[in-house]
Every structure is written in structure tokens, then in C-alpha cells.
Design a protein around this ligand. Structure first.
Ligand code: HEC
Length: 148
């Protein structure tokens, strides 16, 4: 006897399979969303971190940079710039960022340029706190290498 899939069976497989996949997707999404405060260390969002994020947005840093993979691919990933340039030392990173922001734009001819933003020391400190906080988000080790 030849076994054939009837229309009814095909429909059941289609709908059953879809509902099964949708339920798994919804369950995993819910699980991820519930863990966001813990994964992002939400309790460590200080006023300075929040100000830094605001400065990050109004100065459109993401128009050139990526942060945790999101953004533009003109300039380096900054989600891990604290690990890369600060060697995980907050004071060293703040000194580095302050020097970096003051030195822009660099005059080397064949290098992509970053604008001068004329930010105050306090604003740069806020941006540093934001980037330090970002680097500690548990994002499954993204980006995969230290240079982003
Ligand atoms: C117009 C594009 C542009 C914008 C906007 C921009 N950057 Fe950059 N940024 C660059 C480029 C290009 C480089 C790499 C320059 C180089 O290596 O000489 C860079 C490099 C950096 C670095 C050094 C990264 C490393 O790995 O050494 C930091 C830190 C940085 N930018 C921070 C910022 C912040 C903070 C903002 C927003 C206030 C910002 N950038 C906005 C273009 C931009």
C-alpha cells in the first residue's frame, strides 16, 4: 500500500509546526527580555551613565560607530573600547578618552576622520562611564575579537 500525505495531514503539519515554532520563539524572547536587567547590570546605570548615553545619542556617535554590533561601519566598534584601550582600568580609560576626544580630528592624510565635538571634561567623563557600563553588558562575548 502506498502511503500518501493527505491535504488534511499537510495542513496539520503546516499549522502544528508553525504554532510549535512560534511558541518556542515567544518563550525564548520572553526569557531574554526578563533577563535584560540582570544581563545589562541595570542597577549600575548611574546618572553619569545615563547622561553619557544621552550625549552618545545627540552627537550621533552611532552615525559612524557600532555599539554591540548596531550602527554604522565607518568607524570602530565601541562596545568593547573600554577593554581595548582602557585595559579594564577605569582611570586609564578616562584619561585615554579625554586625550582622544581632544586630539580629533587627526591630521594623518590617509586616515578616516573623526570630528571634534568640543565636549567638556564632565561630558567626556559621562561618555566614558557609558562606554564602561556598555562593555560590562553580558552580550555573549560580542564582539568576537578585541579590535571589534
Ligand atoms: C563622522 C564619523 C564619526 C563620528 C560621528 C564619531 N566618530 Fe569616533 N571615530 C571615527 C573614526 C573614523 C575613528 C577611527 C579614527 C582613527 O583611527 O584615526 C573613530 C575612533 C573613535 C575612538 C577610538 C576607537 C579605538 O578603538 O581606538 C573613540 C573612543 C571614539 N571614536 C569615540 C566617539 C564618540 C564618543 C563619538 C560621539 C561623541 C564619536 N566617536 C563619533 C569617526 C567618528
Amino acid at each position: 500500500m502506498t502511503e500518501r500525505i493527505t491535504k488534511n495531514m499537510a495542513r496539520n503539519i503546516y499549522f502544528g509546526g508553525s504554532i510549535f515554532a512560534i511558541l518556542i520563539f515567544a518563550g525564548l524572547s520572553l526569557d531574554t527580555v526578563q533577563r535584560v536587567p540582570e544581563l545589562s547590570n541595570a542597577d549600575k546605570i548611574t546618572k553619569s551613565v545615563a547622561n553619557g548615553k544621552h550625549l552618545w545619542e545627540i552627537n550621533n556617535c552611532i552615525g559612524c560607530h557600532t555599539i554591540m554590533g548596531e550602527g554604522a561601519y565607518y568607524a570602530p566598534e565601541l562596545g568593547n573600547v573600554f577593554d581595548r584601550r582602557g585595559m579594564k582600568d577605569e582611570a586609564a580609560f578616562k584619561a585615554y578618552l579625554s586625550g582622544w576626544m581632544a586630539a580629533q580630528p587627526l591630521s594623518e592624510p590617509d586616515r578616516r576622520k573623526m570630528p571634534q565635538f568640543n565636549l567638556s571634561e564632565e561630558q567626556i567623563n559621562n561618555l566614558a562611564d557609558f562606554l564602561i557600563w556598555t562593555s560590562r553588558i553580558d552580550d555573549n562575548e560580542w564582539p568576537p575579537n578585541i579590535e571589534g
